[in-house]
Design a protein around this ligand. Structure first.
Ligand code: GAR
Length: 197
């Protein structure tokens, strides 16, 4: 069995989409994979309750309790690596995990650390992607699922979804439109990874 560990910081809607796809599509039987744990750097992340309701083990690891980014990342990696199985190391999915990760952490998970970013990368890496897309006069926006490399919001693209930017769009309206697509492409991209492994 291959364990999947999902890292979140907030509402966890992408995490939930992945957990529900895994159940609906029976990833355990098809790909010998299961979502083993959801870890948040914020104890009050709404997504933790959602994960618990789905019967997934949850954990909170407060980054503020650590003196450095390196110390937090090392503790996080330790928690994640508990989910290694005899067959495989865990696949790690960032789903609204709002922490910049150290190169050491990223390199440790090379090829099995995935992120979803709410823009059509390489455009609009970083924060406030939707407002920046509106301000730039973009006619389309979207989301990108990509393998994580040490450079922020870079790395090989696994999937993208495109949505229109509508006249008079607000960042919130555009974010909601993009998010519905995120919930489709993230589980699909994970399935492709599982099929190729
Ligand atoms: C999603 O839109 C995701 O793409 C974004 O945060 C949101 C999390 O929502 N991620 C980033 O901005 C990462 N830089 P969710 O917690 O409901 O999945």
């Amino acid at each position: 069995m291959k364990n999947i560990v999902i890292l979140i910081s907030g509402s966890g809607s992408n995490m939930l989409a992945i957990v529900q796809a895994a159940k609906r599509e029976n990833w355990a039987a098809k790909y010998q994979a299961r979502v083993a744990a959801v870890i948040s750097n914020k104890a009050d992340a709404k997504g933790l309750a959602l994960a618990e309701r789905e019967g997934i083990a949850t954990e909170a690891l407060d980054h503020k309790a650590f003196a450095s980014r390196e110390a937090f990342d090392a503790a996080l990696a330790q928690r994640i690596d508990r989910h290694a199985t005899a067959e495989a190391p865990p696949l790690v999915l960032l789903a609204g995990f709002m922490r910049i990760l150290t190169s050491d952490f990223v390199n440790h998970y090379a090829g099995r650390l995935v992120n979803i970013h709410p823009s059509l990368l390489p455009a609009f890496a970083g924060l406030n992607t939707h407002q920046r897309a509106i301000d730039a006069g973009c006619k389309v926006a979207g989301a990108t699922v990509h393998l994580v490399t040490p450079e922020l919001d870079h790395g090989p693209i696994l999937a993208q979804a495109v949505v229109p930017v509508l006249q008079g769009d607000t960042a919130d309206a555009l974010a909601a439109r993009v998010l519905t697509q995120e919930h489709l492409i993230y589980p699909q991209a994970v399935v492709k990874l599982l099929q190729n492994q």
